[in-house]
Design a protein around this ligand. Structure first.
Ligand code: NAD
Length: 356
């Protein structure tokens, strides 16, 4: 992770001597969060994931790395034991191709989410962060590619993304009631499409930026200058670079804001525009083939950042092109030495879609 944005002012209010656990620490965002906590001087960091440690994207010898399936209450208790800050990021998730075909699996994350809330309450945790998603937003507010950016209130009346989005909205609600009824200090971020190095780029769970980078690199290396795009490519999204995601996570956790907040970029692009950016980075032009019957998710989605700006005096600002350049470079290195990075164990499906 780059350190150029580190400015410790933004974690004022968090105490680096407080024992801290990150669930999903073997995953993409969790791995970067653990790395950043270390950089900031947190001296007792625990990372928990159900994957074997050799499949984690990032692993550090000075971090207490534990392999636990948080779907079991005892495992959640072990994860939270003695911890002051709890960051709950573990979830079964992936790009649209994954979540549309695995709704039950996504909803089963409610077990780990419930177990972690109970365990954090029983451990008297001081702060509890939950990684929610823009997939909580009502589908009827996202039918147009030229979408009005989503405000936090747009989650209700509820009609979220089937499966994955319902679990996220339910868990948000549960976090609110753990706060009101039990006094647990919960913070909830609605992440919008996070991307960056050290994450899934193949195997079926990858999301659009990584999938596009991979496909452009493969086309460039093979000399077959074509690319398959799901839908007509005119669906819109915003994408947040991982450094902004981690910074927003820590800023929100340090803040007094108890409402769910969008943590996302407000730079909206079409999938076609993102492909063009990747082509520019790669120095190639590809023939585009559109797969119109592929899973697409909502037609348009963007993050309204008025609330985060008001609450935190900050919002994600890393430009998509800049983040894509770094992501492309990392994926290129992985593809040149494929054994160096784990990829998802999920079955291979072609993914080039918009993402949750
Ligand atoms: P990821 O798949 O890379 O990481 C999630 C990790 O959770 C995985 O390593 C997985 O093994 C682990 N996990 C799943 N179930 C578990 C269980 N029962 N016990 C222990 N570990 C378990 O995903 P990510 O992109 O790093 O996402 C992190 C969080 O952010 C998730 O909650 C996700 O829903 C949320 N989110 C991500 C995005 C995004 O664009 N990446 C967008 C919105 C929300």
């Amino acid at each position: 992770m780059s350190k150029d944005w580190v400015n410790e002012d933004w974690v004022n209010g968090l105490d680096v001597t407080t024992p801290t656990v990150v669930t999903g620490g073997g995953g993409f965002i969790g791995g970067h969060l653990v790395a950043q906590l270390r950089s900031l001087g947190f001296d007792q960091v625990r990372a928990v994931d159900r994957k074997p440690v050799d499949e984690w994207y990032q692993h550090f010898d000075d971090v207490d790395s534990q392999v636990l399936d948080l779907g079991h209450p005892d495992a959640a208790r072990t994860a939270a034991e003695g911890m002051g800050y709890v960051f709950h990021l573990a979830a079964d998730m992936g790009g649209m191709g994954f979540i549309e075909k695995n709704k039950a699996l996504c909803m089963l994350s409610v077990l780990s989410s419930t177990n972690m809330l109970v365990a954090a309450r029983d451990a008297d945790a001081q702060r509890y962060f939950y990684a929610s998603s823009a997939c909580v937003y009502a589908e009827d507010k996202q039918t147009d590619a030229d979408v009005t950016a989503l405000r936090e209130a747009d989650a209700y009346p509820a009609m979220p993304e089937d499966g994955y989005g319902w679990e996220k909205l339910f868990t948000e609600r549960m976090a609110r009631h753990f706060s009101e009824d039990f006094g647990l200090q919960t913070r909830v971020a609605r992440y919008h499409n996070v991307y960056g190095p050290s994450g899934t780029y193949d195997g079926g769970r990858e999301k659009a930026p990584a999938a596009i980078c991979r496909k452009v690199i493969a086309a460039k290396l093979s000399g077959r200058h074509e690319i398959e795009i799901w839908g007509d490519g005119e669906q819109t999204r915003s994408f947040m670079y991982i450094d902004d995601c981690v910074e927003g996570t820590l800023r929100l956790t340090a803040s007094e804001c108890r409402k769910p907040v969008n943590v996302g970029s407000s730079e909206m692009v079409t999938i076609n525009e993102m492909v063009s950016m990747c082509e520019k980075i790669a120095g190639v032009t590809l023939e585009r083939r559109y797969k119109l019957d592929a899973p697409l998710g909502v037609r348009g989605r963007n993050s309204d950042n008025e609330l985060i700006a008001a609450e935190l005096g900050w919002e994600p600002s890393i430009r998509l092109f800049d983040g894509l350049e770094r992501t492309y470079a990392w994926i290129y290195d992985q593809m040149m030495s494929p054994s160096s990075a784990p990829s998802s164990a999920a079955p291979q499906v072609p993914v080039l879609s918009a993402t949750p």
